[in-house]
Ligand binder design. Structure first.
Ligand code: ADP
Length: 192
C-alpha cells in the first residue's frame, strides 16, 4: 500500500507521518529528510541541492525522482510518502515507477491550514530547530512554490481517481492525528 501525506510547509506532514508510522507500521519516506541528510554528509547530491533548499526552492524533478525510486526499490511493505510528489511531473513519474512494480498510490491525506498559521509555526520552529530554510525569506519562497507548483498535484490525484482526504491541520498534534488516523483507517479499511 502506498499513501501520500500532502500539504503546505508547516502543515505538520513530518509530525503526522511519524505518528502514522508508529500506528500503522508504514515505512516513512520523507524526501526533505533524505535530502537534508545528503546535505549534512556533504555527498555529491547534497552539494548539488544544498543552496536550492536553503533558498526554499524546489530541487529539480529528475534528482528527486531518482532518490525516491532508489528508496522505493528497497521497501516491500506499506509506504507513506512525505514531501513527494511536489509537482505534477513528479506525480506522473511516481505513477510510472509504481506501475512498473504493479503498484499505485492508494490514498492521499491532504493537510490544510491557513497560510498565516503555517508561517507562524515555521517561524516558531526556526527558534527551536534552526532549520536552514526556516528564514522569513525562504519561508515565503516555499509558500510560493507550494501555491504555484505543488497545489496542482491534488488535481492530478483527483482526476486519476485516487481517494484524497482533506484534513483540517489546525489544532494540537493529537487532535490533528485523530482526524488523520480516521482518514487512513477509512482509506485502508483498517480500523486501527
Ligand atoms: P517543508 O514541507 O516544511 O517545506 P520538507 O522537509 O518537505 O519541508 O522539504 C524541504 C525542502 O526540501 C524543500 O523546500 C525542497 O527544497 C526540498 N524538497 C523536498 N522534497 C522535494 C521534492 N519532492 N521536490 C523538490 N524539492 C523537494
Amino acid at each position: 500500500m502506498i499513501g501520500v501525506i500532502f500539504g503546505p510547509p508547516g502543515s505538520g506532514k513530518g509530525t503526522q507521518a511519524a505518528l502514522l508510522h508508529d500506528r500503522f507500521n508504514l515505512v516513512h519516506l520523507s524526501t526533505g529528510e533524505i535530502l537534508r541528510h545528503e546535505v549534512a554528509r556533504g555527498s555529491e547530491l547534497g552539494r548539488e541541492v544544498g543552496r536550492i533548499m536553503q533558498a526554499g526552492q524546489l530541487v529539480p524533478d529528475d534528482l528527486v525522482d531518482r532518490v525516491v525510486q532508489e528508496h522505493l526499490r528497497q521497501v516491500e511493505g506499506d509506504v507513506l510518502l512525505d514531501g513527494f510528489p511536489r509537482t505534477v511531473e513528479q506525480a506522473k513519474a511516481l505513477d510510472e515507477m509504481l506501475a512498473d512494480a504493479d503498484r499505485h498510490v492508494d490514498f492521499v491525506i491532504a493537510l490544510e491550514a491557513p497560510e498565516k498559521l503555517l508561517v507562524e509555526r515555521l517561524l516558531h520552529r526556526a527558534q527551536v530547530e534552526g532549520r536552514a530554510d526556516d528564514t522569513r525569506q525562504a519561508i515565503e519562497e516555499r509558500m510560493h512554490e507550494y501555491r504555484t507548483r505543488t497545489a496542482a498535484v491534488l488535481d492530478h490525484y483527483r482526476s486519476t481517481g485516487v481517494p484524497v482526504f482533506e484534513v483540517d491541520a489546525e489544532g494540537s498534534v493529537d487532535a490533528v492525528f485523530e482526524r488523520v488516523r480516521a482518514s487512513v483507517s477509512q482509506a485502508t479499511a483498517r480500523p486501527l
